[in-house]
Design a protein around this ligand. Structure first.
Ligand SMILES: *[C@@H]1O[C@H](CO)[C@@H](O)[C@H](O)[C@H]1NC(C)=O
Ligand SMILES: *[C@@H]1O[C@H](CO)[C@@H](O)[C@H](O)[C@H]1NC(C)=O
Ligand SMILES: *[C@@H]1O[C@H](CO)[C@@H](O)[C@H](O)[C@H]1NC(C)=O
Ligand SMILES: *[C@@H]1O[C@H](CO)[C@@H](O)[C@H](O)[C@H]1NC(C)=O
Length: 345
């Protein structure tokens, strides 16, 4: 007894007639690749038809030539001497063929429906391209995929290592019958690296990827800090210069004082030793010249009063203005005039 007949008899006995199977019932393929469905018929059959998205595309007679609506659709017996199995192939699939694929066996068999999914890989790009980033600064890379179906799973690699998904966010939007997506990766730049964005679909044997390189440059100097430093140094230097200037002036004055005192002493001596020997005009001129030199620096009243050799009304005057530096300075002229007066008298 033939085994096929045996099965057929069993099926008839259980009340189930015209059984056939289509495999797989659900198929996902990548656009451009082939989709294949097998129909296994238990029992005798005459004509089998295949519909794709509602259109009759192929007719398979048990014996005779297979007729097809296009070269894209074809069928053959799974093995040359076995008419119970028919292999139906859709070549170069596109989104047009995605949908229900229905096999019908005329007679009591009825129809079986399978579902075809066609995935489509689009483009992938890291918007930023190669770039320079500042050391330790947060960098952002935007990976854009467009015209994918469905939206791909996007992941990132940094120097070949998978980046933890907490470092990136992905969003996608339908664009016609496909998807655009955007994934934003953020991290702190430490060293020159390669960033790779990968987009994966179930049907892709390898993810589509794109990569960019970034070069880490040292942090530029903080100008505010630099300016602050320069300013504070500048003001410090200014203060130091001021102090040095004051000290210098004070020292110069200190050095000048004895000269003045000497001059005064000399003058007094001259007056006391040889009064009347010189014409008064000459003396007056000399004093004036000395005064101008002294006026440029300063005259401390203390020093003036220290000249004990003075036995003239001038000395008394200087004593009175002992602690008034400015007054002494201003009045020096007056004092000298008095002095001059004293000498000329
Ligand atoms: C099948 O096709 C071949 C050649 O393509 C042709 O010679 C033959 O007549 C066809 N048979 C039938 C039954 O149409
Ligand atoms: C596949 O189909 C597309 C249209 O969907 C066509 O442009 C392309 O040439 C086909 N490729 C092959 C190998 O037939
Ligand atoms: C991802 O999005 C969330 C909420 O919008 C945000 O808090 C988080 O910082 C984002 N992460 C990255 C890496 O962009
Ligand atoms: C998707 O990407 C394409 C190509 O980059 C662009 O023209 C289109 O505007 C995008 N669509 C959406 C919804 O972002």
């Amino acid at each position: 007894m033939d085994i096929e007949l045996c099965i057929w008899l069993i099926l008839c006995a259980t009340g189930v007639t015209g059984q056939f199977q289509v495999e797989p019932l659900d198929s996902t393929v990548l656009k451009g690749s082939d989709a294949r469905f097998n129909a296994t018929v238990l029992g005798k059959w005459e004509v089998m038809t295949w519909n794709v998205r509602g259109f009759l595309v192929l007719t398979v007679p048990r014996s005779g030539n297979i007729s097809s609506s296009s070269e894209q659709f074809s069928a053959s017996f799974c093995s040359a001497d076995d008419a119970s199995c028919v292999a139906f192939t859709i070549r170069n699939t596109s989104r047009m063929e995605a949908g229900p694929v229905i096999c019908t066996v005329q007679g009591d068999y009825g129809s079986k429906s399978a579902l075809l999914h066609v995935e489509e890989s689009g483009t992938i790009q890291i918007k930023e391209g190669d770039m320079k980033v500042v050391q330790d600064e947060e960098v952002e890379f935007n990976c854009v995929t467009s015209a994918w179906f469905p939206s791909p799973v996007v992941s990132w690699n940094l120097n070949g290592d998978t980046v933890d998904s907490s470092h990136y966010n992905s969003t996608h939007a339908a664009h016609g019958d496909s998807f655009n997506s955007s994934s934003v990766l953020k991290f702190h730049a430490v060293k020159n690296s390669m960033v790779e964005c990968l987009a994966m679909l179930q049907t892709l044997s390898n993810p589509l990827s794109t990569s960019v390189h970034f070069v880490v440059v040292p942090r530029p100097p903080d100008w505010t800090v630099l300016i602050a430093v320069v300013c504070s140094f500048g003001s410090f230097a200014l203060v130091v210069l001021l102090i040095l200037g004051i000290i210098f002036c004070y020292k110069r004055k200190k050095e000048k004082e004895p000269n003045y005192q000497d001059e005064m002493t000399k003058r007094v001596r001259t007056q006391s030793q040889s009064s009347g020997l010189r014409p008064p005009g000459h003396k007056q001129g000399r004093v004036n010249a000395d005064y101008v030199t002294d006026g440029q620096t300063s005259i401390a009243p203390n020093d003036l009063t220290e000249s004990n050799s003075f036995e003239m009304p001038d000395a008394v005057y200087y004593h009175q203005t002992e602690n008034d530096y400015k007054t002494a300075n201003n009045n020096a002229d007056e004092g000298l005039r008095k002095h001059r007066h004293a000498t000329t008298v």
